[in-house]
Ligand binder design. Structure first.
Ligand SMILES: Nc1ncnc2c1ncn2[C@@H]1O[C@H](COP(=O)(O)OP(=O)(O)OP(=O)(O)O)[C@@H](O)[C@H]1O
Ligand SMILES: [Mg+2]
Length: 366
C-alpha cells in the first residue's frame, strides 16, 4: 500500500481542493459531511482532515446526497456541546436550515461535483525524459484525493509510474503483457495502491511485448477491449506510455479519449513535437478516431531565455492545444519521485504543488 493513504489535509488545503471557502468548513463539519481530528506537531495542535473523510465528502457532493438531508432548524450546537466551548474548535455560525441548504446546493455547482470531462487519458511523447511518468503519478494521486475512482496503467517496461506510486514488488506482478498476450482478464492484473487508486503495474518483461503483440489478431484493439471490461468501475483511467512509437502506445491511442503530450521546454523536445503530432494524426486517420489533445509544457524555468523561447514557440504554433498550466522546473517533483510520494507531502504550498493542482483541474474539467 502506498504512502498516499496516510495523507491528511489541513483545512486550507482541503478548502482549496474542494473549491470552497474555508469559512464553510465548520458548517460542513457540523452537518457531519467532513470529519476532522487533531494532530499535535511540536507545540501546535492542528485540525486535520483524513484522506478517507475528504474522499467521502467528494462522493457525497457527486451523489448529490445533500438534497435528502434534514437539518436541525438552527445549528450551532454539536450534540449537547455548545460551540462557544473553546475545545470544540472554531465557532459554527448559527444558521437557519434554509441557509445551510443554500450553502450545500452551491457546493454542487463546483467543478469537483462533476465527473472528469475525458475518462480515458494517456500521457504521451515519443521523446524520453520529458516528465510523462512524473506528471502521470502526481495527476492520478491528486484525482484520487478528489474522490474519483482512478485506474492508472503503466505501459512502460521501465516501470517508473509503478515506482512513483510506491509499488515496489512490481516485477512479481502480472502486467498488461499478460492481459494482451496471455489473455489474463484485466481484473486479475489490477492492484490497489491506495483508497480510490488502482494500478496495472509494469515490469521489465514488458520490453518483450512488441513481437508477440504484432502477430496477434486485432492487435491495436486489444487494449481498448480490455479496458471496456472495467471502465464502468472507474471515473478516470490514465496511462503512462513508453517513449517510442510502439504498437503498445498505438493501442492506447486507439483506446484513449484524451492525449496529454508532455513537452519539456527545451529545443530538442520542441523539435520532436511535429513527429508526435503527425503520429497522432496518422492513428486518428487509420482508426477513424478523433482524439482530444493537450500539450503540457513541463520543466519551465523562467530564468532561462531558451525556456522562454520554447514556451513562446509552443504557444504560437500549437495555441489551441497548449494547456494554460505550465509546469515549472522544481526540485519538489524530483524529491517526490525520490520519496515515492506526492508533491503535497513534500511542500503543499510550493510551486510544484500549485502547478499540479492547476494541471489536474485543467485535465479533469476542460
Ligand atoms: N517539472 C519538473 N521539475 C523538475 N524535475 C522534473 C520535472 N518533471 C520531471 N522531472 C524529473 O525529470 C526526470 C524525468 O522525468 P520522467 O521519468 O517523468 O520522464 P519520462 O518522460 O517519463 O521519461 P521516459 O521517457 O524515460 O519514460 C525525473 O527525474 C523527474 O523527477
Ligand atoms: Mg516514463
Amino acid at each position: 500500500m502506498s504512502q498516499l493513504q496516510e495523507f491528511c489535509f489541513t483545512p486550507s488545503e482541503f478548502a482549496k481542493l474542494a473549491r470552497i471557502d474555508k469559512e464553510v468548513l465548520p458548517i460542513l463539519e457540523d452537518q457531519g459531511l467532513i470529519e476532522t481530528f487533531r494532530r499535535k506537531s511540536g507545540n501546535v495542535d492542528r485540525k486535520m482532515i483524513t484522506l478517507e473523510s475528504a474522499q467521502a465528502y467528494f462522493h457525497r457532493v457527486r451523489d448529490a446526497k445533500f438534497q435528502g438531508m434534514t437539518f436541525e432548524p438552527e445549528i450551532g450546537r454539536r450534540g449537547d456541546q455548545p460551540l462557544t466551548d473553546v475545545a470544540a474548535g472554531p465557532q459554527v455560525p448559527i444558521l437557519a436550515a434554509e441557509e445551510v441548504q443554500k450553502i450545500l446546493d452551491r457546493l454542487m455547482d463546483t467543478p469537483v461535483a462533476h465527473p472528469p470531462h475525458h475518462k480515458k487519458q494517456m500521457f504521451y511523447n515519443v521523446k524520453g525524459g520529458t516528465g510523462k511518468s512524473t506528471l502521470t503519478a502526481q495527476y492520478v494521486m491528486r484525482a484520487s484525493m478528489m474522490g474519483y475512482r482512478v485506474l492508472a496503467i503503466d505501459l512502460d517496461a521501465q516501470g517508473h509510474l509503478t515506482l512513483n506510486l510506491d509499488v515496489l514488488d512490481g516485477h512479481e506482478l502480472p502486467t498488461i503483457y499478460d492481459v494482451l498476450i496471455n489473455d489474463l482478464p484485466i481484473q486479475d492484473a489490477i492492484i490497489s495502491v491506495s483508497p480510490g487508486l488502482d494500478l496495472v503495474p509494469a515490469s521489465l518483461g514488458l520490453c518483450n511485448i512488441e513481437i508477440p503483440l504484432n502477430s496477434k489478431p486485432r492487435r491495436e484493439y486489444r487494449l481498448a477491449e480490455a479496458l471496456e471490461r472495467v471502465q464502468d468501475q472507474y471515473d478516470l483511467i490514465v496511462t503512462d506510455t513508453n517513449p517510442a512509437a510502439s504498437i503498445l502506445n498505438n493501442s492506447m491511442l486507439v483506446a484513449a479519449d484524451l492525449v496529454n503530450v508532455v513537452c519539456a521546454t527545451s529545443p530538442l523536445s520542441f523539435h520532436g513535437m511535429s513527429l508526435v503530432l503527425s503520429t497522432i494524426q496518422q492513428m486518428e486517420k487509420e482508426f477513424r478516431r478523433q482524439l482530444a489533445l493537450r500539450i503540457i509544457p513541463n520543466m519551465y524555468d523562467n530564468r532561462e531565455v531558451i525556456s522562454q523561447e520554447v514556451l513562446g514557440e509552443l504557444r504560437s504554433q500549437f495555441s489551441e492545444y497548449c494547456t494554460k498550466t505550465v509546469v515549472n522546473r522544481c526540485a519538489d517533483l524530483n524529491e517526490a519521485t525520490k520519496r515515492r510520494s506526492t508533491v503535497w507531502s513534500v511542500n503543499a504550498r510550493g510551486t510544484a504543488a500549485n502547478d499540479i493542482d492547476a494541471l489536474t483541474e485543467e485535465l479533469l474539467f476542460t
